[in-house]
Design a protein around this ligand. Structure first.
Ligand code: MLC
Ligand code: AMP
Length: 498
């Protein structure tokens, strides 16, 4: 009986008495206890009617039991579908109707709203913790061993939604092979071991926090300082006893903004890793000046897991995302012809390997647009490759804003604004932001001059998660367009200034 992810990440820890998670309240979960807890979670899933291949939606707080639920889902052969806790009911309704889960696990405060959504697809709802019927409480009474469900490497382990340039989110289907191969490569490349203590301040509903960080920790047996969120004081307090940190660039700019962050604080640190958004060269340089550490920047995507990394031993160059990971092929292609570009020429980054997903959930047309027949996935990121294979990202073909490591697709916001009666059209774009890297601005052309921005803001608030909200609304007489009729967001950006 095999189950690739379970066999590699969880089963080996059955007799491991080392600490796995250390939470903010000081509580600790040992690896062996984690294995038993995962089994209890697998039992709860089965009791809730989850069978192999069923989707389990999880919109829950960042707790040790949430990770146990992930492990239990793997062991029970289910497809784990984590969702940003900031999503609104309207957003959640879309994911649930698209993924048709058997079970939705949520926070107690959201239970009644989610019940209404779940009933439309016949899904059960359980809160993660708290009341008597919650997953955590139910699990306490269940056996600490579970017969692991057989899975093949190409069976799905997770479905992660990623917004699209069309405004409709797409579920990226990730198999056991996709996740495990990437965890193995990263663990070896970054030399992660059971001597490491990882600062984990990322959310666990994205590739970065769940797969890059948790899967490599599980594979190596590292211990994890598991933080509810990125809090500067908490991170600074944990740094002296940590050896490894993974974060988005905002983590590093925030650390640099605090005078307490200094060489002695990081004396025990082995490696700082950054990804999910561009790390400014000035952050890279300032970080080295302050700490003596060169941040290791890597590049990835929900659909592909990690694609490239700067070397562990060797030059970590500011402004470059490094080399294709072992077992992963990367090429730069002409955006019009798809032909491979000459060295140094700008083109779209394409990637092929065991890390690349199985396609978009029930969207064969979208899959065909982005995943070529020969297995290369078209990332939509623009880059160059040097003679020695080193990749640098220079821009994006896709209309995308990345704020604090969260992807925000303008089209989704424009659709919501355009639907407000009295709005003729809108353009949403990103402008530089000192903390988040980019921030969202909306330029709006009104049909009804009497329409107030408040009405637009009110609609946006009910429909979209807070992190997607424009931080600035401007009204304008007309949007600048090129001869093809395409809105020139670069001109709006220039007009806006910094
Ligand atoms: C929070 N806010 C954001 C935001 N995070 N706005 C834009 N972008 C973000 N990322 C807003 C909140 O709505 C709130 O608004 C205000 O900022 C403060 O909220 P907060 O909760 O106090 O923010 P904070 O805890 O400081 O969070 C910021 C952050 C967090 C950067 C620490 O967003 C974060 O952990 N980001 C990591 C995202 C991540 O893991 N990405 C990986 C994707 S995977 P207001 O106005 O109500 O106060 C991927 C692939 C790969 O990309 O390669 O890894
Ligand atoms: P997501 O769709 O949330 O998985 O985000 C993936 C996108 O994040 C990529 O397509 C890139 O645009 C961006 N990204 C990830 N890592 C980096 C990086 N190191 N530098 C620049 N952009 C990055």
């Amino acid at each position: 009986m095999t189950n690739p992810l379970y066999d590699a990440l969880i089963a080996p820890h059955a007799g491991n008495s080392a600490t796995f998670l250390e939470c903010d309240d000081g509580s600790q979960l040992r690896y062996d206890a984690f294995v038993r807890r995962a089994a209890q979670m697998a039992h709860v899933l089965v009791a809730a009617g989850v069978t192999p291949g069923d989707r389990v939606v999880v919109q829950a707080p960042k707790l040790a039991d949430t990770i146990a639920l992930y492990a239990g889902s793997v062991q029970a052969g289910a497809v784990y579908l984590p969702l940003n806790t900031a999503y609104t009911e309207a957003e959640l309704e879309y994911f649930v109707s698209d993924a048709q889960p058997k079970l939705i696990v949520c926070d107690a405060k959201d239970e009644s709203a989610i019940n209404a959504i779940a009933s439309k697809v016949g899904a059960k709802v359980h809160t993660l913790c708290g009341s008597n019927g919650s997953l955590s409480v139910t699990a306490n009474a269940l056996p600490e061993a579970f017969e692991t469900v057989q899975r093949d490497p190409d069976d799905l382990a997770s479905l992660l939604y990623t917004s699209g340039t069309t405004g409709r989110s797409k579920g990226a289907m990730l198999s056991h092979r996709n996740l495990l191969s990437n965890a193995e490569v990263l663990t070896e490349l970054w030399q992660i071991s059971d001597d490491d203590r990882l600062i984990h301040a990322l959310p666990i509903f994205h590739t970065h926090g769940l797969f890059v960080a948790m899967n490599t920790a599980l594979l190596s047996g590292a211990s994890v300082r598991f933080m509810e969120k990125f809090d500067l004081d908490t991170v600074l307090g944990a740094l002296p006893t940590a050896s490894l940190m993974m974060g988005v660039p905002t983590f590093y700019t925030r650390l640099l903004s605090d005078e307490r962050f200094s060489k002695p604080t990081v004396a025990n640190m082995r490696l700082f890793i950054s990804g999910s958004a561009p790390l400014l060269a000035e952050t890279h340089v300032a970080f080295e000046d302050r700490t003596g550490h060169r941040i290791l920047e890597r590049y990835g995507m929900t659909e592909t897991n990690m694609i490239t990394s700067n070397p562990y031993d060797g030059d970590r160059i500011a402004g470059s995302v490094g080399y294709a990971l072992p077992g992963t092929e990367v090429k730069i292609t002409d955006t019009a012809t798809g032909e491979t570009c000459a060295t140094g020429e700008i083109g779209v980054i394409e990637v092929r390997g065991d890390n690349v997903f199985q396609g978009y959930w029930q969207m064969p047309d979208k899959t065909a647009e982005e995943l070529r027949d020969d297995g290369f996935f078209i990332t939509g990121d623009l880059g160059t490759m040097a003679e020695d294979g080193r990749v640098s990202i220079v821009g994006r073909q896709k209309d995308l804003i990345i704020a604090g490591g969260y992807n925000i697709y303008p089209k989704e916001i424009e659709d919501v604004i355009n639907d407000v009666p009295g709005v003729l059209e809108s353009a949403v774009y990103g402008v530089p932001h000192p903390d988040f890297g980019e921030s969202v601005v909306a330029s709006i052309v009104l049909e009804d001059p009497a329409l107030s921005t408040d009405a637009i803001v009110a609609t946006v608030e009910t429909k979209l998660a807070r992190f997607k909200h424009p931080r600035e609304y401007q009204t304008t007489d007309a949007l600048p367009r090129n001869t093809m009729g395409k809105v020139q967001k670069n001109l709006l950006r220039d007009r806006h200034g910094n």
